[in-house]
Design a protein around this ligand. Structure first.
Ligand SMILES: Cc1cc2nc3c(=O)[nH]c(=O)nc-3n(C[C@H](O)[C@H](O)[C@H](O)COP(=O)(O)OP(=O)(O)OC[C@H]3O[C@@H](n4cnc5c(N)ncnc54)[C@H](O)[C@@H]3O)c2cc1C
Length: 432
């Protein structure tokens, strides 16, 4: 580790796509780097739904921060929750009350779930953001089938075999598609009393189409593929209540009730609360709490602080930069380059987002993709998604593990990580 205390101290908060990109780009810079993350691993979020649906085991998509930085002599890491930034004193406070000073700060703590003011729904409808969430969702899905098998009354069995996913963005679509495939294919031969092919997977969306950030034509293709897999799609359906029995939702024809024991929330995100502790004027945050950064990614009024990734609100070529792994990485590279320019007394440069396209999986051989002016769907889009995601996984071992698991799952329809152990007990009216 570089212990030369005379070197400027760069503190990076969050070892996601953005934070890790900054650390790597500063590997040969004359700085001391401390990376702080509340978890001990870097997570490849695009494949998190595969862990939540028992397709992949956690180590396939996560790598310890310490091993990622082991060979980088100017960097060290701390596992801690950063709770506040005091920009005037250039100090970050950690969860145990200790303080870490910095010369330059990079904030890359991403987003968290937003229940739009209905936080009481969270125990009944977990969101998917980190490995703990994925384990909770996986356990609830697998236990729902176990409860259904034990339930002798066919009427009472129905809610156990009804799964509701709220929000038809990329995460909701991939979860709903996979849930339908699990019932129809993976578990088909595993139970004796229940016919898992009778599973109901409901995807509820407040707006009038799925994958709303894609062009209309691809939204329509996604809808068709979801329906073919067996997902019941309800657009124009706004959820108004969630509890242990299921949920209520409002449609043009009135309020509907759905009994579903397994509900997953994929409807809203908000910026990490750390952003607000910067204490910027209200107009420097967007509605989701992201910092509206300067063109060079610095925080308004603080040239020594860079805010990147999902935590930053910025436009490129007149369009908002999307919250994606690729944009977080590109911001990380740009912030590192600008930090080096500051060290050298040079002017910083504005961030420009290079859009290489977006891909959304829906199920086996089902996906949509927009690459430049090309719009793709079905098997070709799915193959593109598959290879892109394996390629971008961190580390050779992870890529190999994922490829082997997927090859096996493809031919046999299995989901090898169907293990239930410890952790979250299902929220009931009494316990939540
Ligand atoms: C389920 C899911 C699927 C996705 N699928 C895709 C996809 O297919 N393609 C795509 O491009 N993008 C996808 N995304 C979006 C993409 O993952 C994000 O845009 C990207 O991870 C943002 O990077 P980031 O560095 O800003 O934040 P993150 O990658 O979220 O990293 C934030 C880090 O900060 C840490 N942290 C948070 N708060 C604190 C704190 N207070 N103190 C210390 N550490 C903290 C977290 O532990 C985490 O390691 C998906 C996201 C999710 C949740």
């Amino acid at each position: 580790m570089n212990t030369n205390l005379s070197l400027p101290h760069v503190l990076i908060l969050g070892c996601g796509f953005g934070g890790l990109a900054v650390a790597r780009k500063l590997a040969s810079a004359p700085v001391r780097i401390t990376m702080i993350d509340k978890s001990n691993h870097h997570l490849f979020q695009p494949l998190l739904y595969q862990v939540a649906t028992a397709g992949l085991a956690a180590p396939a998509i996560a790598a310890p921060v310490r091993s990622l930085l082991a060979d980088q002599r100017n960097a060290t890491s701390l596992m801690a929750d950063a709770v506040a930034v005091d920009a005037a004193r250039r100090v970050v406070t950690l969860d145990d009350g200790s303080e870490v000073t910095y010369d330059y700060l990079v904030m890359a703590t991403g987003t968290t779930h937003s229940y739009f003011g209905n936080d009481a729904w969270e125990p009944y409808a977990p969101g998917l953001k980190n490995l703990s969430d994925a384990f909770i969702i996986r356990k609830r899905i697998l236990l729902a089938y176990e409860h259904a098998e034990r339930e002798l009354d066919p009427v009472k069995r129905v809610p156990w075999l009804t799964f509701a996913v709220i929000g038809a963005g990329p995460t909701g679509v991939e979860l709903a598609g996979t849930l339908a495939e699990i019932g129809r294919h993976t578990l088909r031969h595993d139970f004796r009393r229940i016919d898992t092919r009778q599973v109901r997977v409901m995807l509820l969306e407040g707006n009038d189409r799925v994958l709303g950030t894609y062009p209309e034509e691809l939204s329509q293709k996604a809808r068709e593929q979801l329906e073919r897999i067996g997902v019941e799609l309800h657009t124009g359906s706004r959820v108004t209540h969630i509890d242990a029995q299921g949920l209520k939702y409002q449609t043009a024809s009135g309020e509907q009730t759905l009994e579903a024991r397994t509900v997953v929330w994929a409807a809203g995100v908000a910026a990490s609360p750390l952003a607000k502790t910067l204490g910027l004027p209200a107009e420097k945050y967007d509605r989701a709490g992201r910092v509206l950064v300067e063109p060079d990614l610095s925080a308004p009024g603080h040239p020594e602080i860079f805010v990147i990734g999902d935590l930053a609100g910025i436009q490129s070529d007149g369009k908002p930069v999307p919250g994606l792994g690729a944009s977080a990485k590109q911001m990380g590279w740009c912030a590192a380059a600008n930090l080096k320019r500051r060290l050298a007394g040079e002017a910083t440069r504005p961030f420009h987002y290079a859009d290489y396209g977006t891909l959304s999986p829906i199920g086996r051989k089902a996906a949509v993709a927009q690459i430049g002016k090309f719009k793709l769907s079905g098997t070709i889009a799915w193959l593109l998604w598959l290879f892109a995601h394996i390629y971008f996984l961190i580390g050779f071992r992870n890529r190999l593990m994922v490829m082997i698991d997927w090859a096996a799952a493809y031919f046999s329809f299995t989901r090898p990580a169907r293990i239930v152990a410890g952790g979250d007990e299902r929220a009931t009216e009494d316990s939540a």
